[in-house]
Write a protein that binds this ligand. Structure first.
Ligand SMILES: Cc1cc2nc3c(=O)[nH]c(=O)nc-3n(C[C@H](O)[C@H](O)[C@H](O)COP(=O)(O)O)c2cc1C
Length: 334
């Protein structure tokens, strides 16, 4: 088993979870700079799409934006999705060349279309296919004469917690398994079940894999515990090697900090301007509307945030964002 960079990460590991349409290059750059996560994942990228687009020589296709990264983001893991082992093999050879530290296979995405075709969460139903996909990615890496660790991110099961799935994953001798404490059926409803994650972790860690819990993490506490959105506190104990944080890191990279640091409103809003500038620099040609949702996510939890959001949501450039933020801070701070 290739453990690669995973072996050298500090305990507990805090990572930025992959989020399609959210963890783009500017967001990842800002997340790393201010949240200092130990590891970052890209948005998931379609293996069929990637291979087809590379074959056609479409070097300006937007799929390449999803895989752009700044060296400061390292270690960074490319996440792939699909259901066809041959496409995984071909796509792996493409991303292996791009300098990623790890390759992760999505086995948890609940998109109904993808699940039906056997990809994402659908791979939890077909252990044979899941095995074939893992082998295909490993072969892709080996055929490039490289040693890149191949990991899996999944859910606790399809319909309910699924021990057979956890055992199947343990047999794959993976360096790392990240698991979201909800089932496919639940989508994002209810709560992530950290008791079930603890059970799954015991089985998976026996194989030598590291285990990252995921779902509803709201804060990293300085004594190596995490607080969930329902205010529950989970002790990492020996069961968790770390966590991935998704939604709570949107507009709040500091949530990934292990030292309890929280920015004041001035620092937070200056980062909004920096994020907008990174967007213009790193994704030139992309409509600024894509950036607007990120801007509004920062404007929460302080007096006047609602009014600020209403202004940010109609902004058209980083310069405009700067004027809006400067005006707001003039009034708020003076
Ligand atoms: C908008 C959005 C997009 C997501 N895209 C992906 C993805 O591309 N790959 C993946 O493995 N998980 C994806 N997820 C799931 C998250 O990585 C994470 O597992 C889930 O949100 C639970 O963690 P959280 O409660 O910290 O957000 C996505 C979640 C959201 C909200």
């Amino acid at each position: 088993m290739t453990k690669g960079f995973w072996r050298n990460l500090p305990w507990p590991i805090v990572g930025l979870s992959p989020m399609d349409g959210v963890t783009d290059a500017p967001m990842r750059y800002i997340s790393k700079k201010y949240g200092q996560p130990d590891v970052i994942y890209t948005e998931f990228v379609s293996v069929e799409g990637l291979w087809r687009i590379e074959k056609r020589g479409e070097t300006t296709h937007k799929i390449w934006n999803e895989l752009r990264f700044d060296l400061s983001e390292k270690p960074i893991v490319a996440q792939l999705f699909g259901s066809d082992p041959d496409s995984f093999y071909n796509a792996t050879k493409i991303v292996a060349k791009m300098g990623f530290d790890g390759i992760d296979i999505n086995m948890g995405c609940p998109s109904p279309g993808l699940e039906k075709r056997g990809g994402g969460a659908g791979l939890m139903r077909d252990h044979g296919l899941a095995h074939g996909v893992i082998e295909a990615v490993r072969k892709g890496v080996a055929d490039m004469n490289m040693e890149i660790p191949v990991s899996v991110k999944t859910r606790i099961g399809s319909i309910g917690p699924d021990r057979e799935w956890w055992k199947a994953l343990a047999r794959e001798e993976l360096p790392v398994v990240a698991m979201h404490g909800r089932t496919f059926k639940q989508l994002y409803s209810g709560e992530a079940d950290w008791e079930v994650l603890r059970e799954a972790s015991k089985i998976i860690k026996e194989s030598g894999a590291m285990f990252l819990g995921n779902g509803d993490v709201k804060k990293i506490l300085i004594d190596n515990k995490v607080k969930l959105t329902n205010e529950r506190i989970v002790d990492f104990g020996s069961d968790f090697d770390g966590v991935l944080i998704g939604r709570k890191a949107i507009g709040n990279p500091w949530v990934m900090r292990k030292d309890g640091y929280e920015p004041d409103i001035t620092e937070k809003l200056k980062v909004v301007v920096e994020h907008a500038r990174e967007f213009e620099k790193n994704l030139p040609g992309n409509k600024f509307e894509i950036m607007r949702k990120h801007l509004t996510w920062y404007a929460h939890g302080f007096e006047g945030a609602g009014g600020l959001r209403r202004k940010l949501v109609v902004s058209n450039s980083a310069d405009e964002v700067m004027v809006i933020i400067d005006n707001f801070l003039d009034i708020a701070v003076n």
